[in-house]
Write a protein that binds this ligand. Structure first.
Ligand SMILES: Cc1ncc(COP(=O)(O)O)c(C=O)c1O
Length: 395
């Protein structure tokens, strides 16, 4: 018998397990499977023609599009204009270009967290954020959320009033992943007020902030320029493969962020930054945003109608005003991890079970499911929900 060689990796990595999302990717790659699992935009709606023109233009104009370069000032100006559309006043000196929202979280995590730092997250959290903080072996403080108004801000107030001083509060303002809920206007104001009073910054993840289907309140960054560190992305707006995003942060953070960014990837791909800037120069964004909002809104409505038609009366779900997900809570006796296996193997349909969004040390959640509505074509959404209902009825 040959023993596995022992390789001395960092202590925090020794407890690493495969992420549930990696399992999902494999599971959903089965041919013929109707997947409502992953948070993918609809590839058929990507602005391929507009991006092709933009790419050609930037390559023809200046070979330095392929060079190591400082962040694109033109792109920063576009971000300032985009933020104004979200009701946020900022200037280019506060804009920090990243390789997507995920990198924004990572850079801020590394800047703000000491080993063992306390962090406030919701009980059902975006796993990508948990992966960011894991190396710091943080003390995670969880707060509940509800499906109508989002994070329980009273619970945050209680933690702070009892003397907790977390390094940051992680919040998704609109189109919450996985809950599909928006933080209510009142809660935005209250959370910002708490953040100011106790000097605890908010990491505001607004990855879905431009995918709004109803009138949206401005993000928390509109209420405070010092305490709220805003994270945005072109992944859902244009395409994730561009790997371009941004942060709006106080200038005082720039120096530290720049050093960590340089150590991470030197600079965000110049070609991608310039292509996005050229695409935005062309003025095509409005039409594109109109198209994806219309299309995703129709898919959301189809999903909500299908749930009403097919799901058991005991089920409850969120009605997202932004983003790509509906969260469904089934009767507590249903274990969605078991249901997933049956749904995939016998009914050819997939979703993400609530266990994938559980937080280490937080409460276990076994009867929830996240359904994606942006990726499946509208005609298949009803079929997907009917198949899920059949899998549920099979128990
Ligand atoms: C809540 C949330 N934040 C951040 C990200 C990362 O996005 P990006 O592609 O911009 O890195 C995602 C991706 O799905 C997400 O759901």
């Amino acid at each position: 018998m040959s023993a596995e060689p022992m390789i001395a990796t960092a202590r925090w990595t020794r407890a690493l397990t495969r992420s549930a999302m990696q399992d999902m990717l494999e599971l959903t790659a089965r041919p013929g499977l109707l997947s409502m699992a992953l948070g993918l935009p609809a590839a058929e709606l990507f602005p391929t023609a507009g991006l092709a023109v933009a790419l050609e233009r930037v390559l023809a104009e200046d070979p330095r599009a392929l060079q190591y370069e400082p962040p694109s000032e033109r792109l920063k100006q576009h971000v300032v204009a985009l933020m104004a559309r979200r009701g946020v006043q900022c200037d280019a000196s506060q804009v920090f270009i990243t390789a997507g929202a995920q990198q924004g979280m990572n850079l801020l995590g590394r800047l703000l967290l000491d080993p063992g730092a306390a962090v406030v997250v919701e009980e059902r959290a975006y796993p990508g954020f948990l992966q960011v903080i894991e190396p710091f072996e943080p003390r995670i403080l969880t707060v509940p959320s509800d499906l109508q108004t989002g994070m329980d801000v009273d619970a945050v107030a209680t933690l702070l009033a009892h003397g907790e001083r977390p390094a940051l509060i992680y919040a998704i303002t609109d189109g919450h992943n996985p809950l599909g809920v928006g933080l209510s206007r009142e809660k935005r104001a209250r959370l910002v007020e708490l953040s100011r009073r106790y000097g605890v910054p908010i990491l505001e993840d607004d990855a879905y902030g431009f995918l709004t289907y109803e009138e949206a309140a401005p993000p928390m960054r509109a209420l405070d320029a010092e305490q709220v560190y805003y994270i945005g992305s072109f992944s859902k707006l244009l395409a994730p493969a561009l790997r371009v995003g941004w942060m709006v942060v106080p200038e005082a953070l720039r120096h530290g962020l720049s050093a960590i960014k340089e150590a991470t990837d030197i600079n965000t791909a110049t070609l991608a930054q310039r292509a996005v800037a050229a695409y935005l120069d062309s003025g095509a964004l409005d039409e594109h945003l109109g198209l994806i909002r219309r299309e995703y809104r129709a898919r959301r409505d189809q999903l909500l109608r299908s749930l009403t038609a097919h799901f058991p009366a005991a089920a409850r779900w969120s009605t997202p005003s932004a983003g790509m997900f509906v969260w469904v809570e089934l009767a507590p006796s249903v274990d969605t991890l078991t249901l997933l296996r049956r749904a995939v193997e016998q009914h050819g349909v997939a979703f993400v079970p609530s266990a994938a969004f559980a937080v280490p040390g937080g409460p276990r959640s076994s009867h929830g499911m996240r359904l994606n509505f942006s990726n499946p074509p509208p005609a298949r959404i009803e079929e997907g929900v009917a198949r899920l209902a059949a899998a549920l009825a099979d128990r």
